[in-house]
Design a protein around this ligand. Structure first.
Ligand code: DC
Length: 206
């Protein structure tokens, strides 16, 4: 079973994907982390984004700072480059087809999982929420991590990142034609999980 979860920044994709993977015994791949690692590696090592993508290693995915807003913006910029996406595609597809044992399937989250990486996924969710709700969540998360954060700035940066991800020519952020849209504006994480589990059960009757 492959579950594809796409959507804009801070919509709750990661939390939902992780919970689904745990509940269903599936492997989980956070594909945004790959793009974050490429952006940060290029910046820190003075490489072109293409070079950073082609030479990406497991150690690059384990660097401090990858979850920062700055790394998110850098990721969104390198993600618009076709060669970078191409270099990361095979790894993502391999993970979906051959998840680390004992998992019998995988949950991948990102921007183009249902449209490009795993168009054959058995379940596709497009997780979204209002920009204000998403910015509030990210703002709270940053504060809880002890980082300074200004709500208006978080909202502005999030809008800029969403626009870049939606408007790029290659693999733009867009719901797959057969994706179910899950709006989490008024849902907490447990409620979103329940809706997703019900949907999965309806598509895979026992
Ligand atoms: O999910 P995230 O916020 O960690 O993603 C960071 C950026 O990486 C996002 O703004 C766009 C890019 N990305 C992408 O283009 N395709 C994916 N499948 C995942 C992320």
């Amino acid at each position: 079973m492959i579950i594809a979860i796409d959507g804009p920044a801070a919509a709750g994709k990661g939390t939902l994907a992780r919970s689904l993977a745990k509940r269903l015994g599936l492997a989980y791949l956070d594909t945004g982390l790959l793009y974050r690692a490429v952006g940060q590696k290029a910046q820190r090592q003075g490489l072109t984004p293409e070079e950073a993508a082609r030479s990406l290693t497991a150690a690059d995915l384990d660097q401090p700072g990858l979850r920062s807003e700055e790394a998110g913006q850098a990721a969104s910029k390198v993600a618009a480059i076709q060669e970078v996406r191409q270099a990361l595609l095979a790894f993502q597809r391999r993970f979906a087809a051959h998840p680390p044992p004992p998992a019998q399937g995988a949950v991948l989250d990102g921007r183009d999982i249902g449209t490009v990486v795993c168009p054959e996924a058995s379940v596709k969710l497009f997780v979204t929420a209002s920009a204000e709700a998403r910015a509030q969540r990210r703002h709270k998360e940053l504060r809880e991590r002890g980082e300074s954060s200004i709500y208006a700035r978080v909202l502005e940066e999030m809008r800029a990142r969403d626009a870049r991800d939606q408007e790029r020519a290659v693999a733009p952020l867009i719901p797959a034609a057969d994706a179910t849209v899950l709006d989490t504006t008024d849902l907490d994480a447990d409620q979103a999980l329940d809706v997703a589990l019900a949907l999965i059960a309806s598509k895979n009757p026992a």
